[in-house]
Design a protein around this ligand. Sequence first.
Ligand code: GLY
Length: 366
Amino acid sequence: MLAIMPTVTLTLPQGAYDIVIEPGCLEQLGPRLREVAPHAAAAIVTDEAIEYTYGLTAARSMKDADYSTTIAIMPQGETAKTLGTYRDLQEVMLNARLERGSPIVALGGGITGDVAGFVAATYLRGVPFVQCPTTLLAMVDASVGGKTGVNVPQGKNLIGAFHQPQLVLIDTDTLQSLPPRELRAGLAECVKHGVIRDEALFEWTVANAPRLLALESDAMVELVRRNVEIKAAVVMADEKEAGERAHLNYGHTFAHAIEAATEYKVFKHGEAVSLGMMAAAKCAVDGRLCDPSVLERVQTALEALDLPVRAELPPPIELVDAMSLDKKVRGGTIRLVLPEAIGRVGIYGDVPYRAIIDAWDVLRPG
Ligand code: GLY
């Protein structure tokens, strides 16, 4: 029997785009790009780690579809997500004389997608953009929804733009080469989606943890589809984060503080989000916003996926300081996304300072 591969469509007032989820679909990049952004020339932005693997597959497919393709390689890692990399990439586009209709394709993880997307948002005041994510985190979160940008010394993602892609092409086969730590980091965002919107997905993720950690192809397609559906629904309801898109930040205010206080050197973003979801759940339980079983279930899920639930961290007082620098702070108040049940969250701007300090305790090893 032929499996029907899922496509999720994200519709916004300015237009709609497809998110195609299919093992091996990177080989169809050229013809699919022709459908959404036909032009003589295009660019692929990728990183040095996958230039000779998926980069070659993507470039071949684009050549077969008659694109003259410029390949721009950026360094790997969070430290490359800078205005310097952005400027270097713009230089490549200018030197290649890419035009208004020339699409830019991001091939790689969330960092590549964010920087390439910001280049696409601003080069010639905006050119078509396509996302080909190769990490789980990029597939279920970063590649969907049009957030692009770079980090600056003052904080993460503080310079950027909303620029929706024309197409997201998710080849789940690329997950097979993902290092286990990266896989788990992506799974943290999947747990997050379950907590904020979908108890059944939360339960499914826990029950299927061994299949997911073993990268079973069918399980990965289902995982990505269900998570992309949630991400797309949230973005459709609130593209520019005026309200409910902020729910996607569950665990993230704590996580950003952990990352900043440890200078981005100790934890992957997803690992920090795992810890952050624990602290936010503790805060919600202490504030009687939810039943204590919510914290227990979050912990059980994270442990089933080999994600951290305790860690040696700087003193809470330092972490709360770092929380107040987060860009989600409004009028000096820390706004937290806290669970009310598994599948439902709320935004709280009135959590007492003492309660936030105490929430960090749940992460203390011991
Ligand atoms: N990653 C959070 C968002 O896209 O809004």
